[in-house]
Design a protein around this ligand. Sequence first.
Ligand code: ATP
Ligand code: MN
Length: 462
Amino acid sequence: MNHIPVKQLLADPDIYIGSEVDVKGWVRTRRGNKNVAFIALNDGSSIKNIQIVVDFAKIPEDSLKDVTTGASLHVKGMAVASQGKGQAIEVQADEIEVYGTASVADYPLQKKGHSLEFLREIANLRPRTNTFGAVLRIRHTLAYAIHKFFNDRGFYYFHTPLITASDAEGAGAQFQVTTLPLEDLPRTEDGKVDYDQDFFGKMACLTVSGQLEGELGATALGCIYTFGPTFRAENSNTPRHLSEFWMIEPEMAFYEIEDNMDLAEEFVKYCISYALEHNREDIEFLAEHFDKDLIDRLNFVVENDFVRLPYTEGIKILEESGKKFEFPVYWGVDLASEHERYLVEQHFKKPVILTDYPKEIKAFYMKLNDDGKTVRAMDVLFPKIGEIIGGSQREENYDKLKGRMQELGLQGMDWYLDTRKYGTVPHSGFGLGFERLILFVTGMQNIRDVIPFPRYPNNCEF
Ligand code: ATP
Ligand code: MN
């Protein structure tokens, strides 16, 4: 590669000043006077641009008519110390080649300050904005930090299937995968759809969670994690739900619920610190433009212990708060986001790990406590987000788990029960919604703005 990434030029000006450089990128802005043009060139490597100075004595002004916002350029020139303030280095152009023009008449990203709603409609182009460049670089860094965190601790990256035929995951409504002709479905004698004739010979869906298969991995490899897309066909039009989102699901043999909480807390703190360290400029940009308290909030979470609180005590606090909630609070209720946020933002003013939920509102595989009423669940609740992690210690007792599955009418899962039938062990795990973590780290308000191409009800563009 003969060109130098903008990020590298800006990071080490002393290396480049005084030498010929090649830079390539897209024009962000162009300004100037009758003698010279200043082009802010961005190549996506950094939130910052490199300033290109064009002296019309060297390059005639009329040869620059295609150098407009959005056009792509190859610039050759001398790197010099910048006279202007705001940057240490700039490039005095000797040659400019325009790779591709962007017509002023219709390139949609002419000016700054487009609304996030508008940018969502042009998600094919929004990665070229400062805001989405920052968010997407942070997204990358967090993905890398996640792999690094687990790899450094001896966890194996375990790939669970995206297409599954187990309808008992229970975490949410599923999208069906089929090759049957929908306009002319094959039927059995009793009029039901004949799935024997479907691609897999049975009904199949996209996964809502890799956990059950993750448990198969953990009870063989010790500690594993998944990191992949999951799909939920719920009609949730909220700023915290997507139909296609990425989830990280560690699963650990020999971990009890306390170990699970320790890991979850260490893990999110690690990811946030990693982004603070490696995406400082992007986070500062987002803080300045969207959320003045962002950096304080991130530091606060990294520096403070999370509160650990049983569900029953959480309910008591909510009942005694005297606050009028939209959804009423009572023991047994599945907490809504407003309840979670009250505990976190008003009462404790800290992240909260809520534990020991009523078994009725949690999944069948969670370990029953001695009280017979609650299970060893743990949800990590964050300011502004609500639930960011859901996890539990798993029921490792074959008879108890089988009994619970029978109560709930879950069938055809002997493959799962085998983990308890043969060499069962205490084990635990959790699921972190990747986009919820990115929401928190970027300070963005809407989950549709932290994934390049969001999928949600009535939207499957790009
Ligand atoms: P919620 O109550 O917020 O809808 P949930 O309890 O249904 O979430 P889980 O099944 O526990 O979610 O999934 C584990 C994690 O995945 C959640 O803690 C959350 O971070 C994330 N998550 C769940 N549903 C979605 C979604 N539709 N879009 C994005 N992230 C999600
Ligand atoms: Mn949950």
